[in-house]
Design a protein around this ligand. Structure first.
Ligand SMILES: NC(=O)C1=CN([C@@H]2O[C@H](COP(=O)(O)OP(=O)(O)OC[C@H]3O[C@@H](n4cnc5c(N)ncnc54)[C@H](O)[C@@H]3O)[C@@H](O)[C@H]2O)C=CC1
Ligand SMILES: O=C(O)[C@@H]1CCC=N1
Length: 265
C-alpha cells in the first residue's frame, strides 16, 4: 500500500483525500499531512481518521508519493528543500497551477520523478478530469490508482496544461455561475426557487445526455427545440443580442492567462 504525504493541507488536498477515502479507493492509513497551519492538520486528521505520524519529517521519510499542495505564491523552494533533504526517492506530485515540470526539475536538481497534476474540485462525484503530465522518471502504473481515486485522468501535452487549467479545471466555475444565473431567471419570471432549481438541474444533466446519446451538434438540437416564431426562438434572439458567447470565451482566456502569470509570481 503506497504512503502519500501532502505538504499543504488546503481545500484541494482535502477534496482529493476525502474523495479517495469516501469512494473506497484508498484507506485513511495511506495519507499523512503537514501544513504551516498545525490546527488545520489536526482537524483533518480527526475528521478523516488519518494517522498522526511522530513528526512531519518522519512522514516525509516514509512517503512513496509527496503531494505539494501549496499555492504558486507560497514558498515552494522551502518545501522542495525539505523534501530533498529527507527523501531522495519519493515521486513528487505537484498540484500547483502554472508551475512547470522544467521549473520543478530545476528546483529538485534533476533526478526526481515528478508528476504535474491539476485536479478538479469535482473529486467527490467521480466526474471531472485531472490534467496530468509525468516526467520520464515517473512509473505510471503504480501512480494511477491514486490519481483515479479522485476522478478521471487526462494525460495531456504539457504545453496544453495551463489551457486545461483555465478552461477545464476552472471550467466548473462557469457552469456553477450559469446555473445560478438561470435559476435566478426562473425566479425573476415568477417560479418558486425550488422548482426553478430542480428544472435547471434536470435540463442541464438531460442536455448533456441528449448530446451524448444523439451525437448531434448543439445547434442541431437547438433547431429541434425551436418552432417557427415560437417561444424558444424569441428567447434565443435576445441571447444572440447579448455578449454571452464572447464573454464566456474572454473569461476562459483570462483564466488561462492568469495560470501562466501565477507561475511567475
Ligand atoms: N482549488 C482548486 O480548485 C485547485 C487548486 N489547485 C492548486 O492546488 C494548490 C492548493 O490550492 P488550494 O487548496 O485551493 O489552496 P489553499 O490555500 O486552500 O491551500 C494551501 C495550503 O498550503 C499551506 N501552506 C502554505 N505554505 C506552506 C508551506 N511552506 N508548508 C506547508 N504548508 C503550506 C497553507 O497553510 C494552506 O493550508 C494551488 O497550488 C492551486 O493552484 C489545482 C487545481 C484546482
Ligand atoms: O483558482 C485557482 O487558482 C485554482 C487553479 C485552477 C482552478 N482553481
Amino acid at each position: 500500500m503506497s504512503q502519500i504525504h501532502f505538504i499543504g493541507a488546503g481545500q484541494m488536498a482535502e477534496a482529493m483525500l476525502r474523495a479517495a477515502i469516501s469512494r473506497g479507493q484508498m484507506a485513511p492509513a495511506c495519507f499523512t499531512l503537514s501544513d504551516i497551519n498545525a490546527q488545520r492538520v489536526t482537524e483533518l486528521q480527526a475528521q478523516y481518521q488519518l494517522p498522526s505520524p511522530m513528526s512531519d519529517e518522519q512522514a516525509i521519510v516514509d512517503a512513496d508519493y509527496i503531494v505539494i499542495g501549496v499555492r504558486p505564491q507560497d514558498d515552494i523552494a522551502s518545501v522542495v528543500a525539505k523534501i530533498s533533504q529527507l527523501n531522495q526517492s519519493a515521486t513528487v506530485v505537484s498540484i500547483i497551477a502554472g508551475v512547470t515540470l522544467a521549473t520543478l526539475s530545476q528546483l529538485f536538481g534533476g533526478n526526481r520523478p515528478i508528476a504535474r497534476i491539476i485536479p478538479n474540485t469535482l473529486t467527490d462525484t467521480g466526474y471531472g478530469y485531472s490534467g496530468a503530465v509525468l516526467n520520464e522518471l515517473v512509473q505510471k502504473e503504480p501512480l494511477q490508482p491514486f490519481l483515479e481515486s479522485f476522478g478521471k485522468v487526462m494525460y495531456i501535452d504539457e504545453r496544453m496544461l495551463d489551457i486545461f487549467t483555465g478552461f477545464g479545471v476552472a471550467g466548473v466555475n462557469y457552469v456553477y455561475y450559469f446555473i445560478e444565473s438561470l435559476v435566478d431567471a426562473g425566479v425573476l419570471a415568477g417560479l418558486p426557487r425550488p422548482q426553478a432549481k430542480d428544472t435547471v438541474y434536470e435540463n442541464l444533466v438531460g442536455a448533456v445526455e441528449m448530446l451524448k446519446i444523439s451525437g448531434k451538434h448543439p445547434r442541431q438540437l437547438l433547431d429541434i427545440n425551436n418552432s417557427p416564431a415560437g417561444v424558444g426562438m424569441h428567447g434565443l434572439f435576445e441571447l444572440n443580442n447579448s455578449d454571452f458567447a464572447a464573454s464566456l470565451q474572454r473569461s476562459v482566456l483570462a483564466a488561462v492567462r492568469r495560470t501562466t502569470e501565477l507561475a511567475n509570481e
